[in-house]
Ligand binder design. Structure first.
Ligand SMILES: NC(=O)c1ccc[n+]([C@@H]2O[C@H](COP(=O)([O-])OP(=O)(O)OC[C@H]3O[C@@H](n4cnc5c(N)ncnc54)[C@H](OP(=O)(O)O)[C@@H]3O)[C@@H](O)[C@H]2O)c1
Length: 251
């Protein structure tokens, strides 16, 4: 029996990853603030389990309790593999760094950096104790490697997750565990996040017209297509732990 823990399963890429896992018979625990009834229907059709645990990843102080709740579900006698997909993310605040307030930064870093680290650290420890392999993905972005005017928070948190991925992979390799961790850059997709990007102003985000053009010219990929690539990578026994995978190498 396999379980996938997916953050940000309510919409966008996370919803598609959850759907595709359920369709392949993998049970899913979704973490997000809002639920997604459609995933319960998909689970039923595929004799799989979908459990939503309401969770605000900004609230770091409650994350340990959330982890324990998830662990009670996924670490069963029959479980032989656990996938953890740290997908939830926010792009805001989008503006020049000198106009960003401390509170905005705190919220952004909690969601994009601290929450995925807390979840990954917790499940690595627990999976080691239970002797079940953990296959972990962190959804990163091309912005981790290219500075973008107005995205200082986002570029920084995504870059930090790339380095976290490489560091954890190095540790797990030294420890000779079966756990694997990768980062995955999904390219530009047609989601709420892109809508938010297009609703910024040019003074906040210099590349606004380029991103508006991506939508107008149908260049945004579907989340199902991208989610399928990620799942193929995760279920591959030759997964290269520590690697920053990029969807453009597969599509
Ligand atoms: N879209 C793109 O073009 C693009 C490009 C590169 C990288 N990415 C990355 O891909 C990932 C998915 O992005 P997306 O485009 O699918 O985004 P999206 O459509 O905006 O969905 C974001 C997901 O994250 C969850 N989330 C946000 N804040 C949360 C919080 N405080 N607590 C719990 N969950 C929270 C949302 O759930 P709730 O609102 O229900 O809480 C939602 O399910 C992100 O890591 C993003 O950085 C996206």
């Amino acid at each position: 029996m396999k379980y996938a823990i997916i953050t940000g399963s309510s919409k966008g890429l996370g919803e598609s990853i959850a759907k595709l896992f359920l369709e392949s018979g993998v049970h899913v625990v979704g973490l997000s603030r809002s639920n997604n009834d459609y995933l319960s229907v998909i689970a039923k059709e595929n004799n799989a389990i979908f459990k939503h645990i309401p969770c605000d990843l900004e609230k770091i102080e409650s994350l340990e309790q959330v982890c324990e709740e998830v662990a009670d579900i996924v670490f069963s006698e029959e479980t032989n593999t656990i996938y953890l997909v740290n997908n939830a993310g926010v792009v805001e605040p989008v503006k020049q760094s000198m106009h960003i307030q401390a509170n905005e930064l705190k919220s952004h870093v909690h969601i994009n950096t601290i929450a995925p680290m807390v979840l990954t650290n917790y499940f690595l420890d627990k999976a080691t104790e239970k002797e079940i392999p953990l296959i972990c993905a962190i959804v990163t972005s091309g912005a981790a490697e290219s500075p973008m005017y107005g995205w200082s928070a986002y570029c920084t948190t995504k870059a930090s997750m790339n380095m976290y991925t490489k560091t954890v992979a190095l540790e797990q390799e030294e420890l000779k565990t079966d756990h694997k961790i990768i980062a995955f850059s999904p390219g530009i997709m047609d989601t709420e996040m892109q809508k938010k990007i297009r609703s910024s102003t040019k003074s906040e985000f210099l590349q606004l017209e380029t991103f508006q053009g991506y939508k107008e010219n149908n260049l945004l990929k579907s989340t199902e297509l991208v989610g399928g690539v990620l799942i193929d990578i995760l279920v591959d026994t030759d997964i290269n732990s520590g690697k920053i995978y990029n969807v453009k190498d597969y599509l």
